[in-house]
Ligand binder design. Structure first.
Ligand code: SAH
Ligand code: F3S
Length: 438
């Protein structure tokens, strides 16, 4: 059997897409290998959201080049958002590549490999975006390390067009998956022993299939089985409705965690970013979360040094962070992406050193808040889903509570996949340490 090797960069949606790719290849007689030196086909599923993500991929291609030099019959393919963005340019820039595919063309992968194999084509670029592609008939080849928690993509693409963001260009128009198929997919995961599902979309609040909106979908998914824990990612401030929060409050098995990217605390910057909400609106959504789902953890994404950001704008972001006290945050320096609204219309005018200094200031503040958030959990007992043994020791188990926080505790491997009551006795900024409650 011929063997393939695949590496995945970027977001959870890419992880899910790689599982689709694996399924497509396995159905066509391929076998997966974890050792790229043994593979006949090398794949890299890529991210284009920041320049740094692309640089890492180019580094990996350098390594694949050495493999190909030793075994020239090896085929190398680049998949995902970087492929969609750069298309045939990539073949010129990276001669190691035999083919390039975008997020909506994976079902043609066997045909592309065939063409290359039989010399019908020498190189292939297949990157047509498809307004309807949901890979409806393909169940992912789930390969999560833990076999406890899995992903289901419920929407693909994004119609929001935030000024800084490449995603609408690389992943195309927003579309939603038939709820019946979502439920089938989750039932399939449950019958394979999975205990937790993460519903994925660039903006899950825009989920919409006939008369089923996101709140209704959540209700349907949470009702499948009370022992199934349901997570979702990502919420969008402008579209997050109270009905979603009320649905969470009604179902104990919907995880108490909302990821609500704010990007900036300044109304001026939010407007330049074309986010469609104000600081006040955002704070109102936070208030609604706290009222309706009081034990909910809240996380966010922040960009520093976006076009025209002043010191005053930056301070408003710090101030908003103080006000909200996020449990966790992903923080980035603005990275200009070709063809976005910002790249075409706005000056990337915050000097690199200023971007970095501001980034460090928000990271420092967030570290403080993350520490305080964990400190508040000391002494509490949580229902934890045990996921896997910790990297440090076979006797330590890593699990997550409903809020999504990682808790490490001593326990036996046979606890994996089960819910256990864990009392937190200590913490660091990154993790909680707990023990089994007798
Ligand atoms: N809706 C998606 C957004 C994907 S991009 C989601 O929230 O998951 C993830 C995050 O990357 C964004 O929230 C933003 O904070 C950051 N990001 C996107 N484009 C960026 C850019 N050009 N420079 C820096 N950070 C960016
Ligand atoms: Fe990007 Fe904004 Fe959509 S950040 S993915 S355009 S919601």
């Amino acid at each position: 059997m011929k063997k393939f090797y695949i590496e995945t960069y970027g977001c959870q949606m890419n992880v899910y897409d790689s599982q689709l790719v694996k399924k497509i290849l396995k159905d066509n007689g391929w076998q997966e290998t974890q050792d790229f030196r043994q593979a006949d086909l090398l794949l890299v599923n890529t991210c284009a959201v920041r320049e740094h993500a692309e640089e890492r991929v180019r580094g990996r291609l350098g390594l694949f080049k050495t493999v190909k030099r030793e075994r020239p019959t090896v085929k190398v393919g680049l998949l995902g958002c970087m492929g969609q963005r750069l298309k045939d340019q990539l073949l010129e820039q990276e001669p190691v590549l035999d083919f390039v595919m975008g997020p909506d063309t994976y079902r043609r992968l066997p045909a592309v490999l065939d063409e290359l194999e039989h010399g019908i084509k020498n190189k292939v670029v297949d990157v047509k975006l498809d307004k309807t592609e949901m890979y409806d008939d393909i169940l992912p080849d789930r390969d999560e390390e833990s076999k406890v928690t899995t992903f289901v993509t419920i929407t693909r693409g994004c119609d929001n067009m935030c000024a800084f963001c490449i995603v609408p260009f690389t992943r195309g128009r927003e579309r939603s998956k038939d709820p019946r198929l979502i439920i089938q997919e989750i039932e399939d995961a449950l019958s394979n022993g999975y205990k937790e599902v993460m519903l994925l979309g660039q903006n899950v609040d825009k989920y919409h299939y006939q008369d089923v909106d996101f709140a209704r979908l959540l209700d349907m998914v949470a009702s499948i089985d009370p022992t199934l824990r349901v997570r979702f990612l990502t919420s969008y401030p402008q579209d997050l409705k109270n009905e979603v929060l009320e649905t969470m409050a009604r179902h104990e098995n919907i995880a108490r965690n909302i990821h609500l990217p704010v990007q900036s605390g300044s109304n001026h910057i939010l407007e330049v970013m074309r986010r469609g909400y104000t600081r006040e609106w955002y704070l109102d959504r936070i208030k609604a979360i706290r009222e309706i789902v009081p034990d909910c953890a809240i996380g966010t994404d922040i960009i520093t040094g976006f076009c025209t950001e002043t010191e005053e704008d930056h301070h408003q972001t710090l101030e908003l962070m103080e006000q909200v006290q996020f449990d966790y945050a992903f923080m980035f320096k603005y990275s200009q992406r070709p063809n976005t609204y910002a790249a075409r219309n706005l000056p990337d005018d915050v000097p690199e050193d200023v971007k970095l200094r501001r980034l460090n200031e928000i990271i420092e503040l967030q570290n403080k808040h993350s520490y305080q958030s964990n400190k508040r959990d000391k002494g509490k007992t949580f229902k934890v889903l045990a996921e896997k043994t910790s990297r440090r020791s076979e006797k330590q188990i890593l699990g997550r509570n409903s809020q999504g926080k990682v808790i490490i505790f001593e326990g036996d491997k046979n606890l994996i996949g089960k819910y256990v009551d864990i009392e937190v006795y200590d913490f660091t900024q990154a993790t909680l340490l707990g023990r089994l409650k007798k």
